[in-house]
Write a protein that binds this ligand. Structure first.
Ligand SMILES: Nc1ncnc2c1ncn2[C@@H]1O[C@H](COP(=O)(O)OP(=O)(O)OP(=O)(O)O)[C@@H](O)[C@H]1O
Ligand SMILES: [Mg+2]
Length: 236
């Protein structure tokens, strides 16, 4: 049984459809990358998977159970977690308070466990625990946003452009931690502009274009496909 199944989902904003029947599947032991041009609907797909947008048609299954129309908090309770592309921390709260917000649904024991895990994974967050999130660097903020999502102890983690705006060294560190989370048994889906970096740590990938599935296959197959290279990987 797949961890996540998205079947033929139609979704959008107001009366406008952005996704015109998108399907993806993620196994519990996979890292999957989603690439595609600006405006393809990648972020919209994540918002729909998490329940911020309810599909007009199609189905979403999590661990075999239909979750199509569940609200985001219910999805988090079931083990789905999401780091949005923008506004993914509370700027006026401290690092510690942000982590507590991330674990709002947890009892005090799980909260403590989650915060310890975050500080162990990203020691810089412990050093900065009493600083407000707005004072963090871009990389530190991304690490905080990921740690907040992990507070709910998810089985599936959706990361929307985790390396956007980060210096290459910091992006590398973020990706190293993503691989570690995968080793701990968390299924991971990454939307990424730096397709090479992300596909290099992925099992499979999907190319979305104009709200539709354009191509999918193993990460190697995507990296080596001449048409995909030309159109979506900057010719590299
Ligand atoms: N809140 C919104 N209200 C109305 N339209 C929106 C909203 N958010 C996105 N859109 C539109 O939906 C389409 C897909 O946007 P989406 O953010 O999903 O693309 P994306 O693939 O994530 O792009 P990017 O690579 O730039 O992040 C775009 O045409 C965008 O203008
Ligand atoms: Mg986006």
């Amino acid at each position: 049984m797949a961890l996540l199944e998205v079947h033929d989902v139609v979704s959008g904003y107001g009366r406008t459809d952005v996704l015109h029947g998108v399907s993806i599947q993620v196994e519990s032991d996979e890292i999957v990358t989603i690439i595609g041009p600006n405006g393809a609907g990648k972020s919209t797909l994540f918002k729909t998977i998490m329940g911020y947008l309810i599909p007009r048609s199609g189905k979403i299954l999590f661990a075999g159970e239909e979750v199509t129309a569940l609200r985001p908090n219910k999805k988090v309770e079931k083990g789905m977690a999401y780091v949005p592309q923008l506004d993914n921390t509370f700027p006026s709260l401290t690092v510690h308070e942000n982590l507590e917000m991330g674990g709002y649904s947890k009892d005090s024991k799980a909260l403590k466990r989650g915060i310890e895990f975050a500080y162990h994974t990203f020691p810089i967050l412990e050093e900065r625990k009493n600083q407000r999130a707005r004072t963090l660097s871009g990389g530190q903020r991304q690490m905080l946003a990921m740690s907040m999502a992990l507070m709910s102890e998810p089985k599936l983690l959706l990361l929307d452009e985790p390396s956007a705006g980060l210096a290459p060294k910091i992006a590398e560190e973020v990706f190293r931690q993503i691989t570690r989370l995968h080793d701990k048994g968390i299924g991971i889906v990454i939307i990424e502009q730096d397709a090479h970096r992300s596909l290099n740590i992925s099992d499979r990938g999907y190319v979305l274009a104009m709200g539709q599935n354009h191509f999918d296959g193993s990460a190697d197959k995507i990296l080596n496909n001449p048409q995909i290279k030309e159109a979506f990987l900057g010719g590299r």
